[in-house]
Structures are given as C-alpha cells and as structure tokens.
Design a protein around this ligand. Structure first.
Ligand code: ZN
Ligand code: ZN
Length: 475
C-alpha cells in the first residue's frame, strides 16, 4: 500500500513562439498521452530555417493536435506534421477548420512558387540549395490534412485519453479563434491549463469578446502587444470617413492593402456603418482578393459566431458582406479590368503588407495619381513594401520599376486583433485565485519580458517567459 499520494506530473515543452512571435507550438505530455497545441509556421526572417528542422518529437507519437485558430503562425506547419507521420485528430472550431484549409492551400501555393523560383535563380548563379528545391509542403500535402480536422463547438469538450480533456472557448481574435482549456488528470488529481492562442480585444466588430475564466492552474498567454497600450478605437470611423470623403471629392481611388482574414471583413464592416449613417457617398467597392472572398464566405456561413450587433445586421439584411456597390473579383482578368474603370472607388486587396498579391498592381497603377489615397489599416513589418510607404519614402521600387509616390499615403490606427498589455492583465485578473504559474509566449523577446515584468509587478504571481525548446514540469 502506498504511504503517500504520487504527485502528478505534466510536462510542457515550448517548441515555438517562445521569445518570438510566430511558430506557435506547445507540447503537453501526461501519463503517456502527447498533445500538441498549435503547429505554426515561423515567419520572422531570422527564424524561418526552423520550419525545415525535424520535429523535436516523432509526429507519429502525438495523439492529438489542438488548433487555436487559422492564422499561419498557428497552423502553417500542420501539413509537414502530417507528411511526417501525424495521424491523430485536429481539434478546432468549425470556422477555424474551414479557414485553415483555405489559408494552408494558399501557403502551399506560395511554398511551391518559392521553391521553383529559388531553383531558377540558383541555376542562373550556378549554386545549389540546402533544401534541394523541395517546397516545405505541397497542395497534396495540405489536402492530406483535411480528413483529420475534427470540429468542436465553443464550450464543448472532448476526451483525448483518460488523462486529458480539452474544451474550447471564444478567444475573440478572429472568426473561430479559441482559447483552449486542457484538463490533465492522474490519480484523482487535476490540473487546468489555459492556452490563450491569440486573444482579442473587447468591443471589436464582428467577433465576440474573449471568454474569461475564474479558475486555472497554469496559463499560457500571448504577448504580441505585451509592452504597449492601443490607441482608442473610437477614432477609426472618423479617420476612415475623412480619408474617403477627401479622396472621393478629388475623384481618386482609395486603395486598401488588407489581410484576408478578419481585417478585410472589418474594413467592410466599417464601410457599411459609414454608408448606413450616410457619412460617406455610395461608390463601387471591390474586394479584389480571392482568398479574402473565400474567407468571407466562411464568415457568411457562421452567423452564430458573430457578436450581437453583427447578428442584428445580418437579421435585418444589412450585413456588411452585401454592402451596396460591393463586388467580389475572382479572375486575374476581372482584377485587371478594375484599372479601366474611372472615377472614385474603393479597392481592398491583399497582401496586407504589400509583400505580394494583387495590391501591388493596384498601387503601381495609382501611385502617380495625386488624387488617389493608399490607406494602411494594419501593422507594417520592417522590411516590407508597406513599411516603406508608411515611413514616408518618396521613391519606391514596385513590380520591378522605380516609382515616385504622388498618391496620398494615409494610416488608420486602432485596428488590432490582439489585446494590449492592460487588456491582457484585465483578462487574467478575472481569475478568482492566483494560478500556480503564468507562461508568457507569442511576443517579441522585449514585449514578452516586459509583459512578464508588468504582470509580476501588478499581481505578484509566479511568471515565466520560457526559452525556445524549454521543457517544464507542472506539478
Ligand atoms: Zn492570430
Ligand atoms: Zn499569432
């Protein structure tokens, strides 16, 4: 007979987004069950090589994958995981499964193009590549993942094994995004872990506010804006109306580089509000991004995931996705035809930071027109074409040609799908008793450390900012 109760042990490994933003990947091991939370792609230039590294754990030994949401930095390495032997289920919401499929197919396409381009370039230079010009994964690799998706509703749970149960809650970040609650149990002892994935902000359009929790033993929280406080969102509509009206009066075009998931739909949401309030004139609006169009279709299918205002709009047939004047363009020819149309109009196209896609053509076609405005509604990373515009550069090389920026360049602040440091703290403070420990992940090293310090100061809780590949024992 045992004299003492065996202490339960949960092992948690930080296999990505540890002291950096992208490549989210955390492994939980309890009593022989292995569960991965997210399997994201590294997107920062200095970490991209990690995408090619062998998985630190044999994919065939992982029992299940829990996916917080469909952004590439959370789902982008799933095809590689499956290609290398993972056969378990991928648990996420229905909307996340549908959007992830669209985003992964696009990612495979980019990987295939990149590999072909690199081969061509190296052949010209007489060099060879360490990755032998193989794409990281192909369209077929992506399609092989589809049968593994196992959709789960918010507030519903699934048992992975006798020792692990998983429940999904709304993270309020993008459509379908989930906070994942993992309950590990062993010998009648229980530990609750919360994985925030990316966590949204209160009072954003379309999506609901993040669910909060009263109890958790461990919290694994993102810190993208862990060292910042966002500007008030109230100004978004005013700034937007002003830019649109000014450009309309000049007879110019309004060009908006935008991300396909959430941001494009939010832009439509604000346009819809401004139109209904008669603060802007009616004009043609083109959503010139096949990926954004496909994702918008997923939004239309899931009104049950909208917040109350958005649901009301849909019920009154005033949905932003049926905006008067809105046209979805699919083919390249349709996209090119937009350029022939004269007069004021709004063009929303990808990519959000102008690193590729149709937006480059729209910018090139309008950059010389002082009547037009290029409007940035999202974060522009260092080294991207978008960043050069917002930095105010006047000569910009685009599509192989040096061009003078004569169009107006404007920026709307306040669009953000991530909670800032105060919002993150407020969310954590809903907990009725201190967690045993909080792990701060998914932030640039400075932001993660700053948020860790801020949290310690404000709460005196036990906080750790884990290193890449760090493994901890949770008891
Ligand atoms: Zn995200
Ligand atoms: Zn993320």
């Amino acid at each position: 007979m045992a004299w003492f109760k065996k202490q339960m042990k949960v092992h948690l490994s930080f296999l990505g987004a540890a002291r950096n933003v992208t490549g989210s990947r955390h492994l939980i091991e309890v009593d022989g069950t292995k569960v991965l939370v997210d399997c994201g792609l590294y997107q920062e230039r200095q970490f991209k090589d990690r995408n090619w590294d062998p998985f630190p754990v044999n994919p065939a030994e992982i029992d299940a994958l829990l996916l917080t949401h469909a952004h590439l930095d959370h789902c982008g390495l799933i095809p590689k995981l499956v290609k290398e032997g993972f056969k378990g289920k991928i648990y996420c919401t229905d909307a996340t499964a549908e959007i992830a499929k669209i985003i992964l197919l696009d990612s495979a396409h980019i990987q295939e193009e990149d590999a072909a381009y690199k081969k061509k370039r190296h052949e010209k230079q007489g060099k060879t590549s360490p990755h032998a010009y193989e794409p990281l994964y192909t369209t077929e690799d992506v399609e092989a993942c589809f049968p593994l998706f196992a959709p789960l509703d918010y507030k519903s749970c699934v048992k992975i094994s006798d020792s692990i149960e998983v429940c999904l809650y709304d993270a309020g970040h993008v459509l379908g995004s989930a906070i994942i609650k993992v309950t590990a149990s062993e010998d009648h002892q229980k530990r609750i872990m919360l994985f925030t994935g990316d966590i949204g902000r209160p009072d954003r359009p379309i999506v609901c506010d993040p669910d909060s929790f009263e109890q958790a033993d461990y919290v694994i929280i993102e810190s993208t804006y862990g060292d910042r406080v966002h500007q008030p969102t109230a100004d978004i509509k005013d700034t937007f109306a002003e830019i649109i009206n000014k450009t309309y009066e000049r007879g110019g075009k309004i060009i908006i580089p935008s991300f396909a998931l959430e941001r494009s739909q939010e832009v439509l949401y604000y346009l819809n509000e401004l139109l209904r309030e008669e603060r802007i004139p009616q004009m043609k609006v083109f959503l010139d991004s096949p990926m954004a169009t496909r994702i918008t279709k997923v939004f239309k299918k899931h009104p049950e995931m909208f917040d109350s205002q958005m649901r009301e709009l849909v019920m009154n047939h005033e949905s932003p996705f049926i905006l008067p004047g809105l046209q979805f363009t699919e083919s390249t020819n349709e996209s090119k035809a937009i350029n022939e149309i004269k007069g004021p109009m709004i063009i929303i196209a990808g990519s959000g930071m102008c690193t590729g896609g149709r937006i480059k053509h729209h910018i090139a076609n309008n950059i010389n027109d002082p009547n037009s405005t290029i409007v940035f509604v999202g974060y522009q990373a260092v080294g991207t074409l978008g960043r050069r515009f917002v930095n105010g550069e006047k000569e910009i090389r685009i599509l192989g040609e040096e061009r003078r920026v004569q169009a107006e360049v404007a920026r709307i602040h306040g669009f953000s799908a991530h909670a800032d440091k105060v919002e993150l703290l407020n969310w954590l403070k809903e907990l009725k008793s201190p967690p045993r420990r909080v792990f701060v992940v998914h932030g640039e090293e400075n932001a993660a450390i700053a948020f860790g310090d801020y949290l310690k100061e404000e709460t005196s809780w036990d906080v750790l900012v884990p290193e890449y590949n760090e493994k901890v024992v949770l008891d």
